[in-house]
Design a binder for this molecule. Structure first.
Ligand SMILES: *[C@@H]1O[C@H](CO)[C@@H](O)[C@H](O)[C@H]1NC(C)=O
Ligand SMILES: *[C@@H]1O[C@H](CO)[C@@H](O)[C@H](O)[C@H]1NC(C)=O
Ligand SMILES: *[C@@H]1O[C@H](CO)[C@@H](O)[C@H](O)[C@H]1NC(C)=O
Ligand SMILES: *[C@@H]1O[C@H](CO)[C@@H](O)[C@H](O)[C@H]1NC(C)=O
Ligand SMILES: *[C@@H]1O[C@H](CO)[C@@H](O)[C@H](O)[C@H]1NC(C)=O
Ligand SMILES: *[C@@H]1O[C@H](CO)[C@@H](O)[C@H](O)[C@H]1NC(C)=O
Ligand SMILES: *[C@@H]1O[C@H](CO)[C@@H](O)[C@H](O)[C@H]1NC(C)=O
Length: 485
């Protein structure tokens, strides 16, 4: 089946796009014609798919309420009148099944807190659900029972729901609900299989193949969705004003759910005290922190907190140290061979910023320069446990004329300077080992950026701007063509 070109911009939250994609393209992937579903008043379901009731006279009601008190969309399925079904034992099973489908609260709507765009897409989904409701209501009016057809209708519902499993997994903000939902959907699937056994084959093979195939493609698609090319940087939000002109601050992209501890390192040399704030909220509103003393002072502002450890460049060396906050000890230390240090190859602003450590979706990276590469930027992917270089890329961009750099989805983005008007103007993709000049302006609100790093969990840029701790959202964009799906 041919899928139209899907343009997916990952704006602020991937979910916006996923939701849109689910409501518009997913059904067509599964072979459902959305137009027909929503315009189902005519009652001519798509027979060719074999998943909708051939005769829509017999089925279940689907209600969707806009939102429950917590802002979630609740979708309820109600069985036809019991009296009509009571004679058949299998009907009972179906009814049990339905009870499970009932109250399947779709956590997609927790997106509420997010952008307007999300809401817009959610509304589109609701339109679809309403279409279903109308259809099923018509169906209920006819009193001839036909369980097989009902079964098919539920299967159609299932087909819509199953793809939600990987999608919801992506959506970490409401993990508990997602897990429950996932379990319910999986339970439903197994109940359906049992039913299928009893009731004989209704193109089940075909349906099953279709669903597995879809799942596979969805998974691949999710991978792609999670990543993309930088196309925009939002206006900054000042989180806090504190510290000197130079420093760095961050959250751990691999921190467990709910852990928003903020790590804060003031100054670029001769300091070894890392501040830990309990949460972003605490960081914003208080000066209540725990202090960790590192065994060595750091150089520059290139530290990164990754999976519970801080990785930093030891003062006046090209040694990288991994210090584990859980054990308060060095768990690894290694020389970064050939890397310039001590202001040999700093960023434009100076400050011993020779070695910049960072993390993105793909792992841990070191950005530095070497004599061998004529002072141009070298990108190395590091093993986070051994600190060994997994692979290196040499770019043609002089490190000293770079303002800052950050990594998103395996692409290094370099800014043109640290003061005045700033923009991201150079991008090196480790995927293709190619570079390009780009032009993405962003506001340099306090005129001196000494740290700029991407956090793949928040999809945000953390910046230290002249004693202000600042955040930017990023817009990532990925075009998925049908042949890629
Ligand atoms: C979907 O249904 C609409 C309305 O019935 C129809 O115009 C359109 O051609 C259908 N699309 C596909 C892909 O079948
Ligand atoms: C439906 O889900 C909500 C939220 O989880 C819960 O409070 C409520 O008790 C559930 N209702 C039923 C009938 O299970
Ligand atoms: C799913 O099925 C398992 C085993 O039958 C059961 O223990 C669990 O409670 C079910 N979960 C839900 C959400 O219905
Ligand atoms: C500071 O943090 C500690 C430990 O988290 C807590 O016990 C204390 O109440 C906090 N003080 C303030 C003023 O928030
Ligand atoms: C993070 O640390 C935990 C244990 O501390 C480890 O099991 C896990 O593999 C680490 N994750 C990554 C991506 O390194
Ligand atoms: C990089 O390449 C891998 C494998 O070819 C692919 O999965 C990934 O999406 C690519 N990343 C980007 C940003 O293009
Ligand atoms: C980023 O987007 C989220 C969700 O819309 C919003 O809550 C947050 O304030 C934004 N942050 C910035 C720096 O714009």
């Amino acid at each position: 089946m041919s899928v139209p070109l899907l343009k997916i911009g990952v704006v602020l939250s991937t979910m916006a796009m996923i939701t849109n994609w689910m409501s518009q393209t997913l059904p067509s992937l599964v072979g459902l014609n959305t137009t027909k579903l929503t315009a189902a008043q005519g009652g001519y379901p798509d027979r060719s798919t074999g998943v909708l009731p051939a005769n829509p006279e017999e089925s279940w009601q689907v209600y969707s309420s806009a939102q429950d008190s917590e802002g979630r969309c609740v979708c309820t399925v109600v069985a036809p009148q019991q009296s009509m079904c009571s004679r058949d034992a299998r009907t009972k099973q179906l009814r049990q099944l339905l009870e499970k489908v009932q109250n399947m609260t779709q956590s997609i709507q927790v997106l509420d807190q997010r952008t307007q765009r999300d809401l817009q897409y959610v509304e589109k989904m609701e339109v679809q659900l309403r279409g279903l409701e109308t259809k099923f209501r018509q169906v209920e009016e006819n009193h001839k029972q036909n369980i097989a057809k009902q079964y098919k209708a539920i299967k159609a519902k299932m087909e819509e729901l199953r793809p939600l499993i990987p999608v919801l997994e992506e959506y970490k903000a409401d993990a508990k609900l997602v897990l429950q939902f996932k379990e319910e959907v999986q339970n439903l699937t197994s109940v359906l299989s049992e039913l299928q056994e009893e009731m004989g084959a209704y193109d089940y093979e075909e349906l099953h193949n279709r669903v597995s195939n879809l799942e596979e493609r969805l998974r691949a698609c999710m991978q792609k969705l999670a990543c993309g090319k930088l196309t925009g940087i939002s206006d900054p939000i000042t989180i806090k004003t504190s510290g000197s002109r130079f420093g760095s601050w961050m959250t751990d992209p691999l921190a467990p759910e709910g852990d928003t501890r903020v790590w804060y390192m003031d100054g670029y040399h001769n300091n070894r005290f890392v501040r830990e704030y309990k949460s972003m909220q605490d960081f914003m509103t208080s000066d209540n922190f725990t202090s960790h003393r590192l065994p060595h002072p750091w150089s520059g502002t290139g530290q990164v907190v990754y999976n519970g450890s801080i990785y930093f460049n030891k003062f006046q060396s090209h040694v990288i140290i991994k210090f584990d906050f859980r054990t308060s000890s060095i768990s690894k230390s290694r020389q970064l061979d050939y890397a310039g240090f001590n202001n040999a190859y700093h960023y434009a602003w100076g400050g011993h910023s020779d070695i910049d450590l960072m993390a993105d979706e793909g792992g841990l990276w070191a950005v530095y320069a070497t004599n061998q590469n004529a002072g141009n930027i070298v990108i190395s992917k590091l093993n986070p446990n051994t600190l060994q270089i997994i692979k290196s890329w040499t770019t043609n961009h002089p490190k000293r004329s770079a303002g800052e750099s950050f990594m998103i989805c395996g692409t290094l983005y370099v800014t043109n300077g640290y003061s005045g008007g700033t923009k991201v103007y150079y991008a090196y993709s480790t995927n293709s080992s190619t570079y390009e000049y780009i032009d993405i302006a962003f506001q340099n609100k306090y005129s001196h950026i000494s740290m700029l790093d991407y956090n793949p969990r928040d999809r945000a840029l953390y910046a230290w701007n002249n004693g202000h701790q600042v955040l930017y959202n990023v817009t990532l964009f990925h075009v998925i063509r049908s042949e890629e799906l």
